[in-house]
Write a protein that binds this ligand. Structure first.
Ligand code: DGL
Length: 278
């Protein structure tokens, strides 16, 4: 290994989302590649991304990437489907470190999971409207039929911590009613916030529908990418969560409380960053 690669192997991985949703990807990275340190950014002041334009999401993503690069990250995970759908192509051209999104790995798993060729995708208006999942699914399973449904209220419900709540249950029932009758056997949780309400979604869809969480595949793809690039951290150094760093654009306290519950740790102390200055 060259000195440059050895240096970058010990550098952290940058992960970002519009808010707390990307923590579902962080959880998978921590479990599949525990030797890696993470610098997380949640854009809690500007969440939700789901209904905003491609131009706005690209500008937000570029600011966050500039911030993460300043933190010395060796690779970036766009742990947000909306930003992956709208901004990943642009970001790939602008930076010279490895960067991956969550859409491609999730689409591949869904295409490989379905038995009857009918796949549902739930996500934000941006992700569903972009039809990006269809594009990647058709590369693996050209005959698959994909049914999309935007669920814009899920993200704010999760950000508010209403994970197991009658309100979330009622809204989920309304959103998922149509999908339930559509004959799908596989449903992609196409927003990184949704795994946090997976139990509710699974209960409504029933046991004949397999839920695909792109976070697992993304962490797996990240591990492969780091190893192809020769920058996988060989030392299992991190036992203490203090080595990870968490940043947000709004209240750090609220985020820390949520993150400690979602990741089942006690010692996350996020910091607030003025992201619009990047
Ligand atoms: N968690 C994000 C996603 O995967 C965005 C949700 C939002 O901000 O609307 O799309």
């Amino acid at each position: 290994m060259t000195d440059r690669k050895r240096m970058s192997a010990s550098a952290p991985i940058g992960v970002f989302d519009s808010g707390v949703g990307g923590l579902t990807v962080v959880r998978e990275i921590m479990s599949q590649i525990p030797s890696e340190r993470i610098v997380y950014f949640g854009d809690t002041a500007r969440v939700p991304y789901g209904g905003k334009s491609k131009e706005t999401i690209t500008m937000y993503s570029e600011q966050i990437v500039r911030f993460l690069l300043q933190q010395g990250v060796k690779a970036i995970v766009v742990a947000c489907n909306t930003a992956s759908a709208y901004a990943l192509d642009t970001l790939e051209k602008e930076i010279d470190i490895p960067i991956i999104g969550v859409v491609k790995p999730g689409a591949k798993t869904a295409a490989e999971t379905t038995k009857n060729g009918r796949i549902g995708i739930i996500g934000t208006e941006g992700t569903v409207g972009s039809r990006i999942y269809e594009k990647y699914i058709s590369k693996v399973a050209p005959n698959a039929q994909v049914v999309g449904k935007a669920c814009p209220l899920f993200c704010p419900l999760v950000e508010e911590g209403l994970l197991d709540d009658p309100v979330t249950d009622e809204i989920a029932r309304r959103y998922l009613e149509g999908l339930k009758g559509s004959g799908i056997d596989t449903l992609i949780l196409g927003c990184t916030h949704y795994p946090l309400i997976r139990t509710t979604i699974g209960r409504i869809m029933g046991e004949n529908v397999t839920l695909v969480n792109p976070a697992w595949e993304t962490a797996h793809a990240l591990k492969d990418l780091l190893s192809e690039e020769g920058i996988l951290n060989p030392e299992a150094t991190h036992e203490s969560l203090l080595e990870h760093r968490f940043y947000v654009s709004d209240s750090a306290e609220k985020f820390s409380r949520f993150a400690n519950t979602a990741l089942k740790y006690e010692n996350i102390f996020a910091k607030t960053v003025r992201i619009e200055e990047y």
